[in-house]
Ligand binder design. Structure first.
Ligand code: HEM
Length: 454
């Protein structure tokens, strides 16, 4: 009974998966990597010791799930159900036609013209943040994760809600999201604990926190309705733009859900990416000099614009290589609606299917010497033969991250601003480990010493 095979792929015995479920709560990637090392690119196991799951880091397999036969693979019910309970239903956790109409409407907020329009506002926000950063840098080593959370929270927050939302309100929302996410992960990896969370009142405690964050967003929606024409931020777009099918804009509740989902999807992803970028740059100072030279050659004293940010090719390669080594979304989860076959592996209906991004990015068959930081892997010459699903920090297929361009612009803007201004070195020698929750965070502070660039 405790050794059921899920399919014809190599499998982890069910008793082993059950024993590993506690280790999974602490660091699921370590457990997945152990399974990948012994069983290969595609293996099966029981998530939380219970849930039949197929995990793959094979790009051909992943392409089939995310693109070729995508209609058969919906976002998994465990994640969707848990998210609906806490966040309601929005773009991130909807399916089919309902998803498409939301995606069409929200995509308007990510058009290149809107990103260009937002850039001066974002630069203003950054200028405001630099004062605090300078002060912190003068006091001693800076916890770069803490700073990047501060930076991206303000940047994402202001592009969603405009200038009116205060920093305290943004912080309360971000803390609530972070706490709730950890709680959702606990429920996903140890599903047998869910009844206890309900009985003990823990679920209600998290619901109360969520209501507090909701109320802040609702107050801003009400204020914005009264104010009439104002800033052209996301909130305005969501309040004013009609759906193509009904001709009506979103209800207040829909706007609340979508705003919070965009905060969840856009804030911690970028801050974790930036944290790892500065961690790696601190350990590879050659790239700090190269980036600075590139910025001087491409931007010089000109104002920073979308076009010249995108011409920072070497800087972009550093970003790509960091997202390969430390993909903020380390896995994607789907459920197979009907049975299928992928690369000779039978996929039973209702099984959980996991495109394992971290495993794909560390797969030695695709990335020689995969643990080495080597941005030159991303030169056009070395990228041309690569499978298009070998690198997928933003996912793939129609559900590709809607905010990927916005994220890249914000990341480049922050790198350009800080690298122009500072040299930096690690304050501690020992390497920092990963702490994967829903996203891939560092396991502890990453401290860097910043001083004015020579
Ligand atoms: C480095 C930063 C980011 C990374 C690595 C990232 C990664 C991803 C990934 C892997 C997915 C696909 C999930 C799946 O298929 O299940 C996704 C979806 C999504 N992302 Fe991002 N993301 C980033 C930044 C952003 C930003 C800045 C926003 C918006 C403010 C955003 C909004 C979204 C939304 C709304 C979805 C769901 C799209 C849909 O289902 O149609 N992301 N992201």
């Amino acid at each position: 009974m405790l050794n059921r095979e899920i399919t014809n792929a190599p499998h982890v015995p069910q008793w082993r998966a059950l024993l590993d479920s506690r280790a999974m709560v602490r660091n699921p990637v370590t457990v997945f990597e152990k399974y990948r090392a012994t069983l290969g690119h595609t293996f099966t196991f029981h998530f939380g010791g219970i849930r039949p799951t197929i995990v793959s880091s094979d790009p051909e397999f992943i392409q089939h799930v995310l693109r070729t036969n995508r209609d058969n693979y919906e976002k998994s019910d465990i994640q969707v159900e848990r998210m609906v309970e806490f966040q309601g239903k929005g773009l991130v956790n909807s399916h089919g036609d309902d998803w498409l109409r939301r995606r069409r409407l929200l995509a308007r907020g990510f058009l290149p013209s809107r990103l260009s329009e937002q850039l001066p506002i974002q630069q203003d926000v950054l200028r405001g943040l630099l004062e605090g950063f300078d002060h912190a840098a003068r006091q001693g080593p800076v916890d770069i994760h803490q700073q990047m959370v501060r930076f991206t929270l303000r940047l994402v927050g202001k592009s969603l809600f405009g200038r009116s939302m205060s920093d305290d309100e943004l912080e309360l929302i971000a803390d609530t999201i972070s706490e709730i996410q950890s709680f959702i992960v606990r429920q996903i990896v140890q599903p047998y604990m869910i009844p206890w969370y309900r009985i003990s009142g823990l679920s209600r405690q998290y619901q109360r926190m969520r209501i507090e964050a909701d109320n802040i967003v609702l107050r801003h929606i009400a204020a914005r309705r009264q104010e009439g024409i104002g800033e052209s931020d996301f909130l305005r777009l969501m309040l004013d733009t009609p759906f193509h099918d009904t001709g009506k804009p979103m209800t207040e509740d829909q706007v609340r859900i979508e705003s919070l989902q965009l905060m969840v999807a856009g804030n911690e992803t970028s801050s974790n990416a930036l944290t790892w970028i500065f961690y790696l740059l601190g350990r590879h100072p050659k790239y700090v000099s190269l980036i600075r030279e590139e910025i001087a050659a491409v931007i010089g004293d000109d104002p920073i614009g979308i076009e010249n940010l995108h011409a920072l090719h070497l800087t972009l390669r550093v970003v790509d290589e960091t997202l390969r080594l430390y993909p903020p979304f380390w896995m994607i989860d789907r459920i197979a609606l009907e049975s299928d076959e992928i690369c000779g592996i039978h996929i039973p209906a209702r099984v959980l299917v996991v495109p394992y991004i971290f495993g794909t990015h560390h797969n030695a068959a695709l990335w020689p010497n995969p643990e080495r930081f080597d941005p030159e892997r991303f030169t056009p010459a070395r990228s041309s033969d690569r499978h298009r699903f070998a690198y997928l920090p933003f996912g793939g297929g129609p559900r590709l991250c809607i905010g990927n361009n916005m994220a890249i612009v914000q990341i480049l803007l922050i790198i350009a601003t800080l690298v122009r201004r500072y040299d930096f070195t690690p304050a501690d020698d020992s390497p920092v480990n990963i702490r994967p929750m829903m996203l891939l965070r560092p396991d502890g502070p990453i401290r860097l010493r910043f001083r004015a660039a020579a």
